[in-house]
Design a protein around this ligand. Structure first.
Ligand SMILES: *Cc1c(COP(=O)(O)O)cnc(C)c1O
Length: 392
């Protein structure tokens, strides 16, 4: 019997044939709250559920203000308007990230400056920051990959020293901490995602945390299409008018109602994900000792949210083989970002600082395994055995 026959047999015997890469876990109350939002007629933005979600997040992040958005992309766009990025201004970020981190800067006429990542966490390498700073640098955008925090102490120190703002791309970082403080509480601004593939979801959704109180008033205006509508509804001004640039960044309260159900289960969703993450991690210890793979590293000061479980294998060839075996056995594993500095728009709009050898090396070797809150240990064990077999 060859390996493929063996693993196929295993799939059949366990009656596990299709494990998606991600699957959202319903808390059970989503329909109730959505129905309630519809029944009460409150389906536009900034309604009851939006306010409930915002105050939950504000408390969780110990932030000065949180605004829900229709995506993390929208929150990032708001952030770089608020950071006052002007044409030619530079923002330092990893190349190993989602397009929205860079795109939000480019929309302001700014230039994303790509630096390399650390080989152990795949996060922005803080030791590469200083050499990327020029007279045009305005901000640093750390991306907390896999929900594991960047080194926010040295990053904050450098930002302070050079007078730069920090915009955290905390898309993957809900419920994670660094030095006992939540991810998203370190930057002047931080953007979160509730996209259907993230830990806490509303299909599409996001939030902007505003930690610098001087930015709150303008944030509300940008959020409400450039009008002072929020102030008007609070009774702070007697006319509601166009006062600044902005867009429609707020989600419908129907989506906020869905999100409210999810947020209330945030702890248990995170715990379930951590259980699966830890099971993978323990199971792959031997393979790491045998130098077949490299497992994710969680620095001691980081408390993560199990957003991603990944392995680094030895080559693109091995990765292709593992992904094919898993696919054949009904398991949807995947790779991740195509580095932005090599993407057509990255080359057109961005610039690179120093070499990006770690980024270029790991992007071909990373394998992300399925991980979702209601995944069973049997499913995880099945995936573990398939990975083991394909590395033999
Ligand atoms: C998911 C993600 C985004 C985009 O989030 P949306 O809510 O889909 O706009 C941005 N940055 C990173 C790092 C992400 O993982």
């Amino acid at each position: 019997m060859n390996l493929l026959q063996e693993t196929t047999l295993l799939a059949q015997s366990q009656d596990i044939k299709n494990i998606p890469f991600s699957k959202f876990s319903a808390s059970g109350e989503e329909l109730l709250y959505v129905t309630e939002a519809i029944a009460s007629g409150g389906i536009i933005g900034d309604g009851k559920y939006t306010k409930l979600c915002q105050s939950w997040l504000k408390e969780q992040l110990a932030s000065k203000k949180v605004l829900l958005t229709h995506s993390c992309t929208a929150a990032l766009e708001m952030a770089f308007i608020l950071a006052n990025i002007q044409p030619g201004d530079e923002v330092i970020m990893p190349s190993y990230t989602f397009v929205s981190t860079a795109n939000a800067v480019v929309l302001r006429g700014g230039v994303p400056v790509f630096v390399d990542i650390r080989p152990d966490t795949l996060n922005l390498d803080e030791t590469k920051l200083k050499e990327a700073i020029t007279a045009k640098t305005k901000a640093i955008a750390p991306v907390h990959y896999a929900g594991v925090s960047c080194e926010m102490a040295p990053i904050s120190e450098i930002a302070y020293q050079y007078g730069l703002q920090i915009v955290e791309d905390a898309a993957q970082g809900i419920c994670s901490k660094y030095n006992d403080q939540p991810i998203g509480s370190y930057g002047n601004l931080a953007a979160f995602s509730f996209h259907g593939t993230k830990n806490i979801v509303s299909g599409e959704g996001g939030a902007l945390a505003i930690n610098d109180p001087s930015l709150i008033e303008r944030a509300e205006i940008i959020w409400e299409k450039g009008t002072n509508r929020s102030q008007f509804f609070r009774g702070d001004v007697d006319k509601y008018t166009w006062v600044d640039i902005g867009s429609s960044y707020l989600p419908s309260d129907i989506l906020a109602a869905f999100l409210w159900a999810q947020l209330q289960q945030a702890d248990s969703i995170t715990q379930h994900r951590l259980n699966i993450w830890n099971r993978y991690h323990l199971a792959f210890e031997e393979l790491e000792k045998d130098q077949k793979i490299q497992r994710p590293n969680i620095p001691q000061q980081c408390q993560h949210n199990a957003h991603i479980y990944y392995l680094l294998v030895d080559s693109l060839e091995t990765r292709t083989k593992i992904l094919a075996t898993l696919k054949h056995c009904g398991v949807q594993a995947t790779f991740h970002y195509v580095p932005l500095h090599n993407a057509p728009a990255g080359q057109k709009y961005g610039r690179q600082s120093g070499n990006l050898v770690v980024t270029e090396d790991i992007c071909d070797r990373i394998v992300r395994l399925p991980l979702f809150a209601n995944m069973t240990f049997e499913e995880a064990d099945y995936i573990i055995s398939l990975v083991r077999n394909s590395l033999l």
